[in-house]
Each structure stands twice: as structure tokens, then as C-alpha cells.
Design a protein around this ligand. Structure first.
Ligand SMILES: [Zn+2]
Length: 234
């Protein structure tokens, strides 16, 4: 497989999503962009701003994001290319990268977590894109930390439009009732520590809505969150 990868990479060289420079081997970001990555280090702070923002209706145990971004930042391109430019390889690669980064700093962030649960896309949107970027991130994290991924715990029943141009209040209203729990998860996941995985968060509205559905459907569960990009929380 490595030979195939090397041949493909030779014919169609992959480029760093941040600076456009050529990537080598398993790299998903070039070394210089990786060294300047604006990491959040939220995993070091138990009651960080993401935990506070997500613990709106239910308690969130732990939450961390890999890096901060603003739309003008070139690091925003990681999310843009993963979601809108078909760079599926960035998903698993960034999942591995964020888990490796956190574990190298403080492995206790993943301690006791029983399952990684990607925030689902609506079936129609996933069909159009060809993949769920959060599921790819979860796969990459799982490869590093050995926690299984559960892809069928929750479903997105409403394909809500993009939240980009909405106010904070509109974003909260926009995510009410968009997720539904699978009918058997109370039995399958009872008493487990579940970590939601998402690509990006701004107000936290989508993640909080998803966390609430999961928390109410699974008796005695604990909910934690990991996300790739954290927009400026203001
Ligand atoms: Zn670069």
C-alpha cells in the first residue's frame, strides 16, 4: 500500500492545505505549518470556554478543540478543503494528528472514554459529499487511541442550511430537533462515556444539540467532545 501511495503521490502530489506546499509521505500538513499551528491546548483546562459553551442544557465532561481559526487565517483552509474540496484524506490524517498532539501533551483526555461518536450529516448531504468528515476524523483518532467509533448512534433528521450567516440566537433555534437517537442506544451505550467528534464549532449550537439528544437517550452516560477547529469564541 505504501508503494501505491508513493506512486499516486508522485503522479498527483498532495499539497499542504495551509500553504499549498508539497507534502511528503504521510504528511497532511507541511512541517512549517504544523509547527506554527494555533493549537487551543483546551485539553489542559478542565473548565475551558468550550466546556462552558457546550454545557448549556446538559453537563459536558471534557471538551477540546485542536486549533483556533478565523476565516481570514490560512488554517481555515484545512476545514474548507476537508468539507468542500473533496480532500477526504485530510479527515483521517487530521484525526490522527489531533489525537497524537493531545496524547503527547496529556493522554488523560481520552482516559475512560468508551466510544467516539461522529456528529452525523444528513443522509442526503453525506451522499452528495461522499463522506462524513467527522466520521473520518473519528476514524483517525480511533487509530491512535484505540477507542471504537460508533457511527449509528444518532441521526440527523433535518438537513438544516448552513449556519454561517445566522445570528447566535438564530443558530440555536436552527438546530432544535435536527438530531434523533437510534432506538437501541439506551441498551447498547448505557453507563458509557461517549465522546462526540465534530469538524468545527462556532457557537457550539450544533454540538450542544447533538450532545443533549445523546445525553437524554442514554441512561447514566457521560458526554465529552472533541472538535478539529474552534472559531474564535469571542
Ligand atoms: Zn504548509
Amino acid at each position: 500500500m505504501n508503494l501505491l501511495r508513493d506512486i499516486l503521490n508522485f503522479c498527483f502530489p498532495r499539497k499542504c492545505p495551509v500553504c499549498g506546499g508539497r507534502l511528503y509521505g504521510d504528511e497532511v500538513i507541511c512541517i512549517s505549518c504544523l509547527s506554527a499551528m494555533p493549537y487551543t491546548y483546551y485539553h489542559r483546562i478542565p473548565d475551558n470556554r468550550l466546556v462552558q459553551r457546550l454545557s448549556f442544557n446538559i453537563p459536558v465532561n471534557r471538551a477540546s478543540g485542536c486549533f483556533f481559526y478565523v476565516s481570514e487565517s490560512p488554517y481555515h483552509q484545512i476545514l474548507h478543503q476537508l468539507k468542500y474540496r473533496g480532500r477526504a484524506w485530510l479527515g483521517v490524517g487530521m484525526g490522527r494528528l489531533m489525537a497524537t498532539h493531545i496524547c503527547a501533551d496529556d493522554a488523560s483526555f481520552f482516559e475512560g472514554v468508551d466510544a467516539l461518536i461522529p456528529v452525523p450529516l444528513h443522509q442526503k448531504r453525506e451522499g452528495l459529499r461522499g463522506y462524513n468528515q467527522s466520521a473520518l476524523l473519528a476514524k483517525g483518532i480511533s487509530e491512535v487511541v484505540g477507542i471504537p467509533v460508533v457511527n449509528d448512534a444518532i441521526y440527523r433528521v433535518v438537513d438544516n442550511p448552513t449556519q454561517t450567516h445566522l445570528t447566535d440566537t438564530e443558530r440555536w433555534e436552527n438546530v432544535q430537533g435536527i438530531f434523533q437517537a437510534a432506538s437501541d442506544i439506551a441498551v447498547r451505550l448505557q453507563g458509557r462515556h461517549l465522546m462526540l467528534v465534530d469538524d468545527v464549532t462556532t457557537t457550539g449550537a450544533t454540538l450542544a444539540s447533538c450532545a443533549e439528544v445523546l445525553y437524554k437517550a442514554v441512561p447514566q452516560c457521560r458526554i465529552s467532545v472533541i472538535v478539529l477547529g474552534v472559531a474564535d469564541l469571542g
